[in-house]
Design a protein around this ligand. Structure first.
Ligand SMILES: [Zn+2]
Length: 358
């Protein structure tokens, strides 16, 4: 059988602005025995892709090794195109999504099912080549089948944004029905996912965004209280809306720019859960308030494969319909990055081999 050995991909050989991204021909990946080749049908864009393209040192190190240009893309759905010789439980043609991390599989974290804490895990599209391409390879253990009811685009947005928000709210903060949750930056990937998950779990949702348009979208998606953080201090708005009580949980992914307001928004026994920073990574805390109000500050790192399976099941049942801002062809990857960089999106931005939706 004839196999073409090249494929189209979005690549870059040096870090920089969107101009470094090139849509070109590169060699198609070749498989080890335990790997599968996925024909990519949809690949979601994450803010991490932008950091990787600009300046993340892990990518600089990979580029310095100089084997190939880098291919971004950690959020991948597609069809199985080939399987390695040791893979016998996955068939060519199956519709799948990829768990984004490749854990070592032997450390104590991996053994306890906390592979998101594995010290030597590799993120597909970060430490390895990813899904901004016609084909991507991954270990067979990363493959999760998706039901016919779930489109490739909807499946592709689950592994990073939805998994991150799920792990933050459900696993780490232990969200209970009836609690008040503050979602920062509700237009972004984690923010919009957090809004949907918090509503699904029976919370009252407070949401911040930078424009009335985004806040209107958030209200349509079920946000109960919306706050324009450009117009006023959002912690004051939260305290006003709760008669001075504050919220039970703050979903933090912004960092230094919002940290103090996030802490100030918490009720007694409140939990702040952080999954990352898009502004500075140093924040201060008033320790007296921390203990007097019995606050908890917790970190959250992506999520586990079993949580991802739960999300795929919920999405397949139509109980969680992901918010998609736009779907663009691969050759428009730089436009997709610009959308995120300028925070013009509400929900996820997805790349596809063609412009069709699934
Ligand atoms: Zn491990």
């Amino acid at each position: 059988m004839f196999h073409k050995t090249n494929m189209k991909a979005v690549v870059f050989s040096e870090q920089g602005g969107t101009e470094v991204l090139r849509y070109t021909d590169v060699p198609k990946p070749t498989l080890d025995a335990n790997e599968v080749l996925i024909q990519v049908q949809a690949c979601a864009v994450n803010y991490l892709d932008i950091h990787a393209r600009r300046n993340r040192p892990e990518i600089a190190a990979k580029l310095r090794r100089g084997d190939t240009p880098h291919i971004l893309g950690s959020d991948i759905a597609g069809t199985v195109a080939e399987t390695g010789e040791a893979v016998n439980d996955i068939a060519v043609g199956e519709r799948v999504v990829l768990a984004p991390c490749i854990p070592c599989g032997v450390c104590s974290d991996c053994h306890q099912g906390a592979e998101n804490l594995c010290d030597t895990q590799q993120l597909i599209g970060f430490q390895t080549n990813g899904g901004y391409a016609e084909y991507v390879k991954a270990p067979a253990q990363n493959v999760i089948r998706i039901p016919l009811s779930l489109s490739f685009v909807h499946a592709a947005v689950m592994p990073i944004a939805y998994l991150t928000a799920w792990h933050m709210l459900m696993t780490r903060a232990q969200l209970r029905p009836g609690e008040d949750v503050l979602i920062l930056g509700v237009g972004g990937g984690v923010g919009s996912a957090g809004l949907q998950i918090a509503k699904l779990a029976g919370a009252r949702v407070f949401a911040t965004a930078s424009s009335e348009e985004k806040l209107e979208r958030a209200r349509q998606m079920g946000a109960d209280v919306t706050i324009n953080y450009k117009a006023r201090d959002f912690s004051e708005a939260v305290l006003d809306a709760t008669d001075g009580r504050g919220v039970d949980i703050v979903l933090e992914h912004v960092g230094a720019a919002t940290w103090e307001q996030s802490i100030a928004s918490l009720a007694k026994n409140g939990r702040l859960v952080s999954c990352g920073v898009t502004t500075g990574n140093i924040g201060t805390i008033d320790i007296r308030k921390l203990y007097q109000k019995q606050l908890t500050v917790m970190g959250s790192a992506l999520g586990t494969v079993s949580e991802l399976r739960t999300l795929i099941r919920l999405a397949g049942q139509g109980r969680l319909v992901p918010i998609i801002d736009s779907t663009l062809p691969f050759r428009c990857a730089s436009e997709a990055h610009t959308l995120l960089e300028n925070r013009q999106n509400f929900g996820k931005v997805c790349l596809c081999p063609a412009t069709e939706k699934s």
